[in-house]
Design a protein around this ligand. Sequence first.
Ligand code: MOS
Length: 730
Amino acid sequence: MADYRMDADHPGVAATRGVQNVLGKPLDRIDGVAKVTGTAPYGYERRVEGDIAYGFAITAPAAKGAVRNIDTDAARALPGVIDIIVDDPRIARQAAAFAPAATGNDRIDHWDQVIGVAVAETFEAARAAARAVVVDIAVEEGRYDTLAGRNDASPPPKDSRLQDRTIGDFDGAMADGEITLDQSYSTPNHVHAAMEPHASIARWDDGALTVWSSLQILSNARNILAQAFDLPHDKVRVISPYIGGGFGGKGGIGPETVLAVIAAQKLGRPVKIAMTRQQLFHNVYRRTDTHQRLRLAADAEGRLTALGHDSLLSQGPDGGFMEPVALGSLGLYGAPARRFTHRVVTLDMVMAGAVRAPGEAVGMLALESAMDEMAEKVGLDPIEFRKRNEPEVDPTTGKPFSSRRFIECLETGAERFGWDRREATPGMRREGEWLIGMGVAGAFRINLLVTGKARVQLMPDGTATVETDMTDIGTGTYTVTAQVAGEALGLPVEQVKVALGDTAFPPGSGSGGSFGAAATASSVALACEDIVAELAKRMDADPADMTLKDGHAIAGNRRVPFSELVGSAPIEGLGTIEQGRNAETYSQAAYGAQFAEVAVNAVTGEVRVRRMLGVFDAGRILNYKTAHSQAIGGMIWGIGYALHEDAVLDKRTGQFVNHDLGEYHIPAHADVPPLDVLFLEEPDLHANPVGVKGLGELSISGAGAAVTNAIYNACGVRVRDFPLTLDKII
Ligand code: MOS
């Protein structure tokens, strides 16, 4: 068994030797045809054995109160209705959370809370029944305003990585700073807005539960279900081979998963449920609103002497997650005096959780806006200002960087983007009604490694299969997995069969936190090393003297096809990658530089992003095409955070008033200009055996700030409350 714990640097696995020359190549997705032809079965579409029934969630029309009565008579009388289930104590108040608390449905603590399920012979009948249920709630006054609650805000829990940190004499450095900045920035609630809504099918067979769903991390889902339904792990199977986006919202299970399991158990039939878009806004954890204070002090040469980042956040009554807003500020710029705090206000809202680059996505909007403002104050070009504050070691922990090419990202990007054409003074470039500006921002995302396992088999026919419960949330996992195995075993990707998304396979990392590619590529590559060793034995050769190419093992003057070497039973490899002391030894992050050019209409305040460039230092790139797709996707999110996304909270009732994609705006095609992406590739073998670093969330980080800094450069208006809608700019 090939196991590796990153206690020391890895020399690089066989897959990185590059003999086969498929690793890194911009191959099309191997699952692409199945997806675009509708033959890839997503959770809700799965045809399962049994007489399936349809469920529809019943939700509460209030944000806080006691449930006085639930009248189901009218609903039960409708045609096709099988059952209305509102009294099962396992219908969790926090069904949206990673781990639902089985607290029953007598209390309401967030708007549209799931309190039951209507089950019928058709989807339409279930929906009609759910809407015919009359819920009587004694509505109580709730807390819906983060700023109003700031005096009662709580510090992070004791063991949190977000403990307050003060390094040096921060207050003194601010007081003595030759040039200082003290500004507040805010970001609103955000939702995941995955294209595929949360949807699940549940079926019970002799006390064993199978769930088909759309989930990011199947071991999480299995643990939650085993606990909630008091089952041993081997009685729970979760299947999720295709996922139409997750973005953090599918990291645990969805409320509909709980409902489907309960209904299927009670009725003895498989039950399928999809959440509606409107229900998702209030029943899947949101990204908290943030209220951030950035304080910077610098000397006359533009060297930072102090950097402070204080954040006020919100959370639901039962939530544990805290948005790590300052992650980027901890590690990006040097400044001897530093201060970071997070405080959280409890609101009567659905819990806040992980949404698309938790921490950096919103933290870097503020930090990189502040850096742009400070560059102007100290009279330096924003790139030069950043270069002067490049630390030699992690500025908060003092640890060496595992790899860091931040300055190179800035310089390479400046050259490619034509930064020298930028006017230092705002408002200098004009084309008719349009003011043109350019902006830059740094990008930073912590790099994580979580445990992942994979099984690889070299089959008697000479092809390979890979199995892991890792998921592909649209990122290209199937394809890069095939590339890693193909590279390691000397097989073209067509001869590698990849099976993902089923807890019957060895547990992978799942998708989240941009850690999926590192764990999956590493575990697959390690598993292949087992196979390589066995092939070498059968070839009677030293593995180092053997080459695998086009399905053959080559040693000396012998070239033997795998089918001949394997025999009747597959050769199996099992690979496990684990984080070890390297997490402590090195400061591990991915870096980048984001550039934007915008046009701001001088009459209306309308913003058009004209072009963007992202230059990323994300370690080894496993597939240039899927990596490029990740990067432009992240940059589009940056546009969304800067200009569009805003879940508007009605502070009287606690509901998001724009709870659909018609009114919660995300960038449309017309909002997205040509996006240019460049990777400064360098494997980071301090991080994992394949040397990849997280990319998806890196590409979000800083992208929004590049846009807002460009807006300032265009028109001289600095907006600090996101999103930057035209009413704020004009
Ligand atoms: Mo992500 S927000 O860690 O899936």
